[in-house]
Design a protein around this ligand. Structure first.
Ligand code: NAP
Ligand code: G3H
Length: 485
């Protein structure tokens, strides 16, 4: 059963070999809603033995799954997408309460995930190998040909963060499976019930038993054990840079794909359309309360136009609504937990104490941080560098595009940046010098569409995500050399 009511607790099961199981219902974690603190349900804090079993099942099953024809794998993934589309309302209800995201965004995340899964299935069907004649290399005759195909890596461990519990799980699971790997999926604890609903769709869509297995438990307790497990062949992780760095330290030679934190800058040049820039900056900074890796996390604006931009931003901020996600689609709602609010409050206090000009917000109401805008932020303030993962936007005034580039690049992060300008030459000048995975010209920083390459440099990640890129990351070339007589 997907969940069981035991001693008054609704405990969600884990998927193991096609069946929903609770190994030990005495060892559970309570998942509480960030909205009202009410219990959403319980998940198992799995033991190392239970984790071993999930990994062993995935390892055994991989030998048969890799041989399932790609067109059949693709049909199964299309079935998953169909189920997600049928379940948008049901899954959105769970997501709203579990992670406090507004319902419209939850529904759009699930629809986007169905589209991503279909796109992944179709892309994998079109992946081709190549044949390379030996005689193109000096000194070789045409008696040798290398046939290069792609083969799976084995068992992929997919670890997702709380903020996109369905989409960022599927963006790992679907390409891993299409590449012929089996998957052990560990969702973020806050978000694990949504993750288990996703796994349920895979299971009910007909994915063979053992191909996808789930494990729940706190990352701080089982994380090290699972990422270093000898039978995990690849770790596909999205989460904070702190945890990502730890994983990369302890996994030694294991291949990794990691999408981590960010401090995305919106750079606004003198000739920019300031209304367009302000609209993008505001929606980029505040949607889902700023709890997006790609949120606009600082503005670097030329001194000469800063006053006008600030005025435009203040006009647009009227469209940012604040409230309870159970009562409407508000831009800003409660942060994921009180610890996160404490951290954001610390950044706000630091900026205030060091003389930043508070233009809006700055208060906390329960777990809601009111949309906060600071002007005249300087580089000695924590908010200039640290990722709040909350609705706080610092504006830093600069003297030139080069100074903006310098400050942008001084960050430890390198996920995305925006540049607002009407001059394509300036756009390229800035884009070519920014140390980030993606530069958005005249748009907010954002990941989609999901088949675009998505990557972070420096502390923002390792490897590239995006449908085809993810399939490639989770497979490797296999060369078979035919030697002719
Ligand atoms: P997090 O605390 O790093 O957790 C992410 C995942 O890692 C969760 O499943 C967590 O499990 C698990 N985990 C924790 N400790 C672990 C360990 N020692 N070993 C293995 N796994 C471990 O991040 P979050 O709070 O969920 O998400 C917010 C952060 O993720 C932000 O920094 C954001 O920028 C980043 N993010 C980046 C992207 C991107 O694509 N670049 C996308 C989304 C989010 P538990 O929940 O059980 O602790
Ligand atoms: O939180 C990190 C996500 O990868 C951001 O995705 O830009 O579509 O909101 P998004």
């Amino acid at each position: 059963m997907f969940f069981q009511n035991i001693d008054g607790k609704k405990i969600y099961s884990n998927l193991l070999k096609g069946k929903w199981e609770i190994k030990n219902h005495d060892n559970t974690i309570e998942v509480k809603s960030p909205i009202n603190g009410e219990t959403v349900g319980f998940v198992e804090a799995m033991s190392k033995e239970a984790v071993d079993e999930a990994i062993n099942v995935a390892k055994e099953t991989q030998l048969s799954w890799r041989d399932v024809p790609t067109n059949e794998k693709s049909k199964l993934l299309h079935n998953v997408a169909d189920l997600l589309e049928e379940r948008i309302e049901e899954m959105a209800d769970v997501m709203v309460i579990e992670i406090g995201k507004d319902r419209r965004s939850c529904m759009s995340e699930i629809k986007r995930t169905a589209d991503l899964i279909r796109f992944t299935a179709d892309t994998a069907e079109n992946i081709k190998g190549e044949s390379i004649p030996g005689d193109s290399f000096p000194g070789f005759k045409n008696d040798k040909i290398s046939i290069v195909t792609r083969e799976p890596l084995g068992v992929v461990l997919a670890i997702s963060p709380f903020n996109y519990p369905v989409n960022l799980a599927a963006s790992k699971i679907a390409p891993a499976l299409m590449a012929g790997n089996t998957v052990v999926f560990k969702p973020a604890t806050q978000g694990s019930i949504c993750g288990l609903y996703l796994a349920k769709a895979f299971n009910e869509a007909g994915i063979p038993s053992g191909v996808l297995n789930t494990i729940t438990g706190k990352g701080s307790e089982i994380g090290d054990y699972v990422v270093t497990h000898k039978d995990i062949d690849f770790v596909n992780f999205t989460g904070s840079s702190e945890v990502g760095k730890r994983i990369s330290r302890i996994t030694e030679m294991k291949p990794l794909l990691m999408e981590l934190g960010g401090k995305d800058a919106a750079i606004v040049l003198e000739d920019a359309d300031l209304t367009l820039a302000a609209k993008n900056i505001v929606s980029g900074a505040f949607s889902y309360s700023g709890q997006r890796c790609t949120a606009v996390k600082r503005v670097l604006v030329l001194d000469t136009i800063a006053d006008k931009l600030v005025e435009e931003i203040l006009n647009k901020i009227d469209s940012v609504t604040v409230g309870n996600p159970l009562e409407g689609d508000f831009t800003v709602g409660p942060l994921i937990n009180s610890k996160s609010c404490d951290f954001v409050e610390g950044l706000i206090e630091d900026a205030k104490n060091k003389g930043a000009k508070l233009l809006l917000g700055g208060e906390r109401k329960g777990n809601i941080i009111m949309p906060t805008l600071f002007d005249n932020v300087t580089t000695d303030m924590r908010i200039a560098w640290e990722e709040p993962f909350g609705p706080v936007l610092p504006i830093i005034r600069v003297k030139s595009a080069d100074e903006a580039i310098k400050i942008a690049n001084e960050s430890e992060y390198g996920l995305q940046s925006s540049v607002f300008t009407n001059d394509i030459n300036k756009a390229f000048y800035v884009a070519n010098r920014l140390e980030v995975g993606t530069v958005q010209v005249n748009n907010k920083t954002e990941r989609g569409p999901d088949h675009f390459p998505f990557l972070g440099v420096k502390s923002s990640g390792m490897g590239t995500q995006g449908v085809q890129y993810s399939i490639e990351a989770m497979s490797r070339p296999k060369a078979t050399v035919i030697n002719l007589k």
